[in-house]
Design a protein around this ligand. Structure first.
Ligand SMILES: [Mg+2]
Length: 266
């Protein structure tokens, strides 16, 4: 067990820490902003001119697209690709399409705008090389997270990622930042059930061989923290610095505004 400190005060002792990825380990907003705009533009091409303004308004609301910012609790920020696809299809229905057409248009738009990756470089360090042609750029780390992860790893605490990104995306992110060796396990959108089902936490904990009560979970979404509480996680911690707008987090749980605020007891 490793004792965690929040702003110098003991928080509790844990065997493992489960990290959300988007908005917690990674500064995902610029990439997700670009992705949601690309999806919106591609959708507009599937519609007659007259429906476009209404559709754009509806889809921006659904995605949480607010000018140059993404709502940190919006669909694009929080939900899986599949849930974003369903919300896109719903917007098509709201401007008059039937569900089969709405779904077909949404699938075509997502297939055309999905960030592409080169499978040959998966899990290989690409730090410093920049993205290759056709490859989605690597989202930067949140400020100060790498020294903390190194310190946690040295302390012997197990580290894992629980995310609605797919396994390939998680491995590419960790490998790209030289973090793969620090993390023992992941739970991705390829596993079932998906986050935020508390059973996702149980699945990840059983892979790690730890009891949920001996874990901390750190996330930037209230859905992460409700999942943690529902799963019986020992410490649910909110992280608020991953977005340009502060994410709404449950008041009754501790939260941190910078990774420097979290440390390991001696
Ligand atoms: Mg997140």
């Amino acid at each position: 067990m490793v004792e965690l400190l929040l702003r110098g005060q003991p928080l509790g002792s844990v065997e493992a820490i489960l990290f959300d990825k988007d908005g917690t380990l990674s500064l995902s907003e610029p990439g997700l902003l670009a992705l949601s705009r690309a999806r919106l533009q591609a959708c507009l091409e599937h519609l007659p001119e007259a429906s476009r303004p209404q559709f754009q308004h509806l889809l921006e609301r659904a995605y949480g697209l607010e000018g140059d910012r993404l709502h940190p609790a919006g669909t694009t920020a929080v939900a899986s690709r599949q849930h974003n696809l369903i919300s896109t299809a719903t917007a098509f229905c709201q401007v008059g399409l039937g569900w089969p057409d709405a779904l077909a248009h949404s699938e075509a738009v997502f297939a055309a705008t999905d960030p592409t990756t080169d499978p040959a470089i998966d899990r290989e360090p690409i730090h410093g090389q920049g993205p290759r042609p056709g490859e989605a750029p690597l989202a930067p780390l949140t400020e100060g997270v790498k020294p903390l992860l190194l310190e946690l790893h040295r302390s012997g605490v197990l580290l894992a990622v629980i995310s609605n990104d797919d396994s390939e995306g998680i491995h590419r992110f960790l490998g790209g930042h030289g973090l793969s060796e620090l993390f023992q396990e992941i739970w991705s959108a390829d596993m079932r059930p998906l986050k935020p089902d508390p059973a996702a936490v149980h699945g990840l904990c059983s892979r790690l061989g730890v009891n949920p009560s001996a874990c901390a979970l750190i996330g930037d979404a209230s859905s992460d923290l409700r999942m943690a509480e529902g799963a019986g996680v020992g410490l649910a911690l909110g992280y608020s610095a991953g977005w340009s707008s502060r994410p709404p987090l449950p008041e009754h749980l501790p939260h941190l505004d910078h990774w420097q605020e979290l440390g390991v007891g001696r």
